[in-house]
Ligand binder design. Structure first.
Ligand SMILES: Cc1ncc(COP(=O)(O)O)c(C=O)c1O
Length: 371
C-alpha cells in the first residue's frame, strides 16, 4: 500500500540535515535567541529575494496581517476580502475595529473575483486584501486600476504565495504591505510559527518593527515610543529560514514540475477539473487543487489506498459559526460554495516523485472507472 502524505516535511529536513543542524547548534551555542544576527540577515536576504525594500519578520502570518492593519491606522470602515480564505485574513479586520465585506471568488482561478470587488467598493471602503490563494497571485495591476484614484489601501495576504509573481511583478509592488507566512508547511516554512511583512515604505516598516517589539526603536532598548506587542520572529527560526531560503527557487521549480505532471496525468479524466493558471503568472503551488465529482468518496478511496488529501477550505468564511452574527447564508456567495463542495488538494511538495504522482492519478482514474 502507498503511504503518501499531503506534505512531507521530513524529506526536506533529511536533505538539508547537516546545514540545518549546524545552524541550530550555532545559534544555541551563541545563546542568540531574540533579535540576533540571523534575524537581521534573514530580513535583508528575504527582502532582496522578493525585490522589496524592507522586510520585517514577525511571529506568524497572522501577526503580519494584524500589524499591517495596526500600522495603517485605518479607523472605522470596510475591508474587502474573498470569502474563500483562511480565517486569519478576516480575524485581523475586526481586531482592528474595521468591518468585513466579503466578495465571491473566480470560477476558474479560485482567486478573489475582481468584478465582485468593483461592485463591493463604497465610500466606506478603507482597504482591500487580495489573497494570493494556493500559490497564485491576484492580478495586482488590474486591482490597482480598478481602485483608480480612490484612497483605498491594499494589504496583500501572500501567506500562501512566497516566490510568486504575475507579469513579472512580485509582492508589495502594487500594495502598501504584503504579508507572508512561514508556517512549517508553507513553501518557505520555519520549524514553528513565523511570518513577515514586506513593504517599500520605510515609514511603515519602521512602525511595524516598533509595534512588534513593545513599541521601541532598535536603537533604544528602554524607551517605548508607543505601546506595542511582542510579535518578533525568534532568531532560531530566522536562522533556519536563512538556510532554507537558499533552496527556495529549486523547490518552487520542483513544485511547478509536479503540478505539470498532475495536469498531464489527469488531463483526460472528465470528472476532474484542473487548476487554472492566469497567463504570465508564476504559480508556486503551495497546494495543488483540483475540482472533482463525488469529492468525499474519492477522498476516502485515496485514503484507503494510502494517499492523503486536504480541502482548502471546506466551509467558506461567511458560513463559519464565527460569522453567524453577520446574518449571511448559503446562496450568498455561490461560486465559493460550489467550489467548497468540490475542491480537493492532492499531495504536493518538492520531493514528491513522478512515480508517486502517477500512482495517485491512476487511483483517481480507477475510482471513476469503478464507481
Ligand atoms: C491565506 C492565509 N492567510 C493567513 C494565514 C496565517 O498565517 P499563520 O498561520 O502563519 O499565522 C495563512 C496560513 O495558515 C493563510 O494560508
Amino acid at each position: 500500500m502507498l503511504n503518501i502524505p499531503l506534505v512531507d516535511l521530513r524529506a526536506q529536513y533529511q536533505a538539508l540535515k547537516p546545514e540545518l543542524d549546524a545552524k541550530i547548534k550555532e545559534i544555541i551555542e551563541h545563546t542568540a535567541f531574540i533579535k540576533g544576527k540571523d534575524l537581521e540577515r534573514f530580513e535583508r536576504e528575504f527582502a532582496e529575494y522578493c525585490g522589496v525594500k524592507r522586510c520585517v519578520a514577525v511571529k506568524s502570518g497572522t501577526a503580519a496581517l494584524f500589524l499591517a492593519f495596526k500600522a495603517l491606522e485605518l479607523g472605522p470602515g470596510e475591508v474587502i476580502i474573498p470569502v474563500n480564505t483562511f480565517i486569519a485574513t478576516a480575524e485581523v479586520i475586526h481586531q482592528n475595529n474595521l468591518s468585513i465585506k466579503f466578495v465571491d471568488v473566480d470560477r476558474e482561478t479560485f482567486l478573489m473575483d475582481l468584478e465582485g470587488v468593483k461592485a463591493a467598493i463604497t465610500p466606506y471602503t478603507k482597504a482591500i486584501v487580495p489573497v494570493h490563494l494556493y500559490g497564485q497571485m491576484v492580478d495586482m495591476h488590474a486591482l490597482k486600476e480598478l481602485i483608480g484614484s480612490r484612497d483605498i489601501k491594499i494589504i496583500e495576504d501572500a501567506c500562501q504565495s512566497v516566490g510568486a509573481n504575475i507579469n513579472g511583478v512580485g509582492l508589495a509592488k502594487f500594495s502598501d504591505i504584503a504579508c507572508v507566512s512561514f508556517f512549517p508547511s508553507k513553501v518557505l516554512g520555519a520549524y514553528g510559527d513565523g511570518g513577515a511583512i514586506l513593504t517599500n515604505s520605510n515609514e511603515l516598516a519602521d512602525k511595524i518593527a516598533m509595534l512588534r517589539d513593545h513599541g521601541r526603536k532598535p536603537s533604544d532598548k528602554y524607551i517605548h515610543t508607543i505601546e506595542g506587542y511582542n510579535e518578533r520572529l525568534d532568531n532560531l527560526q530566522a536562522g533556519i529560514l536563512r538556510v532554507k531560503l537558499r533552496h527556495l527557487e529549486e523547490w518552487l521549480k520542483a513544485r511547478q514540475r509536479n503540478a505539470m505532471l498532475y495536469n498531464n496525468y489527469l488531463k483526460d479524466v472528465s470528472q476532474v477539473v484542473l487548476p487554472k493558471t492566469q497567463p504570465n503568472a508564476k504559480h508556486v503551488y503551495y497546494v495543488y487543487v483540483v475540482m472533482v465529482e463525488r469529492r468525499d468518496e474519492l477522498r476516502e478511496y485515496l485514503k484507503q489506498h494510502g494517499v492523503a488529501s486536504g480541502i482548502h477550505y471546506p466551509v467558506p468564511l461567511h458560513l463559519q459559526p464565527a460569522y453567524n452574527w453577520m446574518g449571511l447564508k448559503e446562496g450568498d456567495f455561490p461560486v465559493a460554495e460550489y467550489q467548497a463542495k468540490r475542491i480537493l488538494s492532492l499531495p504536493m511538495y518538492p520531493e514528491l516523485s513522478e512515480e508517486q504522482i502517477k500512482k495517485i492519478c491512476e487511483l483517481i482514474k480507477e475510482f471513476y472507472e469503478r464507481h
